[in-house]
Design a protein around this ligand. Structure first.
Ligand code: NAD
Length: 479
């Protein structure tokens, strides 16, 4: 691994970028065997160091179950690679397009080509998935890549960079670790494409930096993803799936349900079912007599984020909201485990309803009519995900057609992200562009239009001097 702290980071970045770029410009065609080999090496890197990566992530978080890292990071990464290995050859093929009738019998086609060198900036919440997923798409599309990992996951970052260097040359993949300054220098490189995953605030800064080089960006951002429990939902199932989606990684998930819109009068039932969920799925969580931390409940990434969550609750309570702990006993949490809590009676002006929560705090927002709930969603920035729980097909149709979000799950949370044939991305403040599966290939490819003239063609008829023949021809063709 390069220890870029030893040298001038900007110069190191430029050197690595320059080396990748000159090769990318020299070897423009990247045949399938090369792409397959890179994808297979990426898979081997993940599989052969799974335990090491999971342990490093657990160390970065303070606590995160190895199983949770497998379930949420390793498995989807491997499935994405598998999907790419199965389909890339088809995606790479030139695709025939219609040729305008004036130009027949010429042919038109679109030829996908690698962009060259792509940059990937990853956040800390799923440090493995959010570097492996973009890399899968970048390699499938035949690119070379540089990745910048988050300064909040230094243990994982160091392990991943070291191991990646054993599986890839620095000209294929180069991994950088560092803070904001390095991130800024990274985003200032003239990549052929830059995929950033992180907050909406930083996304704007990344786009500004990329614009200096006219580097196209894909921005995978965050936001407040609502869960809407419809009037005829299977209520117990809805609560179970919302709580499951909320408490994985302790709510530190870009597509976690951020708040719940539920029919008026169902708040108490929600709380009872949510408490039962926590007691069953995270037994002993918050028990003041427990001798050790609940092993399956992830910690908050650092003290500052923990304090931010505590402040969100305090702010809501100071504005009249009620806090209800979902953990039995609600004793002193271990380390940075933030015990799950619901908030009721939250004014829309509270901070917790203004910013992405990104933790195990769940505001419950009762509605009187479905129209009121939809108006609430549509009056706010377009979210990354939207979760609808409902059995009535007409209501499902109405909600799907009258809301706009990055993605949707009906009667589920999170799982749209795991479908390799669905594009994943946000809209407006929750993101720009998308990837996963074929959409990822498209994001990292240039679809070059090619027009092939035929030996027999009418072009001579359109040459000057135009005269009467031209007018006669146009009378036939323009109808
Ligand atoms: P962040 O925006 O603070 O940081 C993300 C990355 O950007 C880090 O690698 C960081 O070093 C880098 N960075 C920081 N300042 C920068 C700058 N000025 N210029 C360029 N890069 C800079 O985000 P985070 O706290 O690591 O992650 C949490 C956020 O990410 C949440 O908002 C979450 O919703 C979002 N997220 C989105 C997705 C998605 O797929 N849409 C996935 C995971 C997380």
């Amino acid at each position: 691994m390069d220890d870029i702290a030893m040298e001038d980071p900007g110069a190191v970045l430029e050197d690595r970028f320059g080396r990748q770029r000159s090769l990318a410009r020299a070897e423009i065609e990247v045949p399938w065997p090369v792409r397959r080999d890179r994808l297979q090496r990426l898979r081997a890197l993940l599989l052969e160091h799974e335990q090491e990566f999971a342990a490093a992530i657990a160390a970065d978080f303070g606590a995160r179950a190895r199983q949770e890292t497998r379930l949420l990071e390793l498995f989807p990464s491997l499935e994405g690679i598998r999907h790419a290995l199965g389909h890339t050859r088809t995606w790479m093929r030139p695709r025939a397009r219609h040729t305008g009738r004036w130009f027949l019998p010429a042919r038109s086609e679109v030829l996908p080509q690698p962009l060259g060198v792509v940059g990937i900036v990853a956040p800390w919440n799923y440090p493995l998935l959010l570097v492996a997923g973009p890399l899968t798409a970048a390699f499938a599309a035949g690119n070379r890549a540089m990745a910048k990992l988050s300064e909040f996951t230094p243990a994982f970052g160091a392990r991943f960079a070291a191991r990646a260097a054993e599986y890839f040359t620095a000209e294929e993949l180069w991994v950088a670790n560092g803070g904001v300054e390095l991130a800024q220098a990274f985003c200032a490189l003239p990549f052929d494409h830059l995929l950033f995953t992180g907050s909406t605030r930083v996304g704007g800064q990344v786009m500004r930096a990329a614009s200096e080089n006219l580097t196209p960006v894909t921005l995978e951002l965050g936001g407040k993803s609502p869960a809407l429990i419809g009037p005829s939902a299977d209520f117990p199932k809805a609560v179970e799936r919302i709580m499951a989606g909320k408490l994985l990684n302790a709510g530190q998930t870009c597509i976690a349900p951020d708040y719940v819109l539920l029919p008026e009068g169902r708040v108490a039932a929600f709380i009872a079912a949510a408490r039962a969920f926590v007691a069953t799925r995270y037994p002993g969580l918050g028990d003041p007599k427990a001798a050790a931390a609940q092993p399956d409940y992830t910690s908050i990434i650092d003290g500052a984020h923990f304090e931010r969550l505590a402040r969100l609750v305090e702010d809501a309570v100071s504005l009249g909201a009620e806090r209800v702990s979902l953990a039995d006993g609600a004793g002193t949490p271990f380390g940075r485990q933030f015990l799950p809590v619901v908030l009721t009676g939250v004014p829309a002006s509270a901070q917790v309803m203004q910013e992405e929560i990104f933790g195990p705090i769940l505001p419950l927002m009762p509605y009187r009519s479905l129209a009121e709930a939809l108006a609430f969603v549509n009056a706010r920035p377009r979210p990354l995900a939207f979760y609808l729980f409902e059995r009535d097909a007409r209501v499902i149709r109405e909600v799907l057609h009258s809301t706009v979000s990055g993605g949707v799950c009906v009667n589920e949370t999170l799982l749209h992200i795991a479908q390799d044939d669905l594009p994943f991305g946000g809209i407006g403040p929750s993101g720009m562009g998308a990837y996963h599966g074929e959409k990822g290939f498209e994001t990292f490819s240039h679809y070059k239009p090619v027009f092939r003239q035929s030996r027999l063609n009418l072009m001579k008829l359109f040459l000057p001097p135009y005269g009467r023949r031209f007018d006669a021809l146009v009378r036939v063709l323009v109808r």
